[in-house]
Design a protein around this ligand. Structure first.
Ligand code: NAD
Length: 488
């Protein structure tokens, strides 16, 4: 770390095992105060070139290590992050605006678990073998690491999503150049400080900080980076797809969502309401899996709405470092304005805002007056065609609408361009299976939300993504397969 100014935290790129200063920097804001508190390298082609070279140089030795050797290093890294869990959680909360409670209980524990999980799963893959006795041949598959992986991640779950990529990539024997979001770079930089102690050889993990347009695009366009794993918006994914097409790169794209929750009249509302509040407002609604369209069967619509709004009003918005707070700050001023603009559009279209933005007043502590805060907002009577029901808002805003029949609600839930995650609430087992089968969604949770088994595929349909991640899926993405035939 360099001390350009006493007050500001100044990050450096991590290339070939060393922290390297950059010639220019961009500001990073504390979303809870609106103050600049950190300077992030504004990397471009030059820095990406150096990082890719370091990763390329490190590849042959790392790729030739046994899975067990790599696994031990991943486990060590997990232990080191876990040892510093509180420092990581404080940093993630300050950098992103999320509550300290969420960072402590979700973000950082999951980053630790990502390394432990892939350290274990990489030991248990098997390849295929078949025999063609009639012609005296057997075939088998062999898998090898691909090379330098380019990893690009968003700002909503910074270390959690970056490690979800780094862990499988290096467990499989690739080396990586990672680019976290320019808005949330601090915890990735902190992790770099632990790599040497964990035994990660120089050049295996390189991190370049900077914007998507400069650093991200330089990585996507680099001819020596054959695969890109990207999590972010659908718009950016389209750009990445175009830019990487001339190189025929392998892409994994985890994108946005417009996730429905379907509540049938036989749902257990005592379970459904608190879970749907979480699925709508957890992490300020800034989770790709958050619910933003709640379809409630007409018979229980009024009761649901009354109870849901009463509970939403209890969510405390305030200083993210206060452990009693439920909703922290949104990532940026621009994002806050964007989220608010959806509420205004809904009102202009005749929808009813039942609580939150523009309806209730928000009292903030003195130090947080300039932070990017917003109350959990519930909108009712919104038309399915409204932009609030079609576009990803990615904030603490959820729409509640009524439906009559199963067939109708499936059609309406599927009537968006996204297909990431859906939840279904009903005590009828036959119905939950039937509806889950018919939803165009990469993930369907019934009578729960966000319960994840990392072994199973994760990813979206339609504009929500291309490819899947998980134990087997990430292994397949991060390795090259070869079929070998032996005549005996
Ligand atoms: P974003 O697309 O703006 O940015 C994501 C990353 O891509 C950042 O690191 C950014 O710097 C980089 N980037 C931007 N332009 C680039 C370019 N031209 N070339 C290369 N890299 C570029 O997304 P965001 O605003 O940071 O994150 C929010 C979005 O991420 C939401 O749409 C959300 O749904 C999605 N998301 C999806 C998942 C998932 O698993 N499906 C998980 C989390 C977030």
């Amino acid at each position: 770390m360099m001390a350009h100014s006493k007050a500001l935290l100044v990050l450096e790129n991590f290339i070939g095992g060393k922290f390297v200063p950059c010639s220019s920097y961009i500001n990073s804001y504390d979303p809870s105060t609106g103050d600049v508190y950190c300077r992030v390298p504004d990397s471009g082609k030059e820095e990406v070139e150096a990082a890719v070279k370091a990763a390329k140089d490190a590849f042959p030795v790392w790729a030739s290590k046994s899975p067990l050797e790599r696994s031990q290093i991943l486990n060590k890294l997990a232990d080191l992050i876990e040892h510093d869990l509180e420092a990581f959680a404080q940093a993630e909360s300050k950098d992103q605006g999320k509550t300290i409670t969420f960072a402590r209980t979700v973000d950082i524990p999951r980053a630790v678990y990502n390394f432990r999980f892939f350290a274990s799963s990489v030991l248990h893959h098997t390849t295929e073998c078949t025999e063609m006795a009639a012609v005296g041949c057997m075939h088998y598959t062999s898998r090898t690491p691909v090379g330098v992986a380019g990893l690009i991640s968003p700002w909503n779950l910074p270390l959690y999503l970056l490690t979800w990529k780094i862990a499988p990539a290096i467990a499989c024997g690739n080396t990586v150049v990672a680019k976290p979001s320019e808005m949330t770079s601090v915890t990735a930089w902190m992790m770099c400080k632990l790599l040497e102690k964990a035994g990660v050889p120089h050049g295996v993990v390189n991190v370049v900080f900077g914007t998507g347009a400069k650093a991200g695009e330089a990585l996507v366009c680099h001819p020596d980076v054959p695969l890109i794993s990207f999590t972010g918006s659908t718009l950016t994914a389209q750009r990445i797809t175009e830019k990487s097409a001339p190189h025929c790169k392998r892409l994994s794209l985890e994108l946005g969502g417009k996730n429905p929750a379907i509540v049938f009249d036989d749902a257990d509302l005592a379970q459904c309401i608190p879970t749907t509040l979480r699925s709508s407002f957890a992490n300020q609604g800034e989770i790709c899996l958050c619910t933003s369209r709640i379809f409630v069967q007409r018979g229980i619509y009024s009761e649901f709405l009354k109870r849901f709004v009463a509970e939403a009003k209890k969510w405390q918005v305030g200083n993210p470092s206060d452990p009693t707070v439920d909703v922290g700050a949104l990532i940026s001023k621009e994002h806050l304005e964007k989220v608010r603009s959806y509420v205004k559009k809904a009102q202009a279209e005749g929808a009813r805002v039942l609580c939150g933005e523009g309806v209730d007043s928000l009292a903030l502590p003195a130090g947080n007056q300039k932070g990017y805060f917003m109350l959990p907002t519930v909108i009712a009577e919104v038309k399915d065609e409204s932009c609030c029901m079609q576009e990803e808002i990615f904030g603490p805003v959820t729409c509640v609408v009524a439906f009559d029949t199963e067939e109708e609600v499936i059609k309406r839930a599927n009537g968006v361009r996204y297909g990431l995650a859906a939840t279904v609430w009903s005590s009828n087992v036959g119905r939950v299976h039937r509806v889950a089968q018919k939803l165009q969604s990469g993930l369907v949770w019934t009578n729960c939300w966000l319960v994840r088994d990392l072994n199973l595929p994760f990813g979206g349909m339609k504009a929500s993504g291309v490819g899947r991640e998980g134990a087997k899926d990430s292994y397949e993405f991060f390795t090259e397969v070869k079929t070998i035939t032996i005549k005996h």
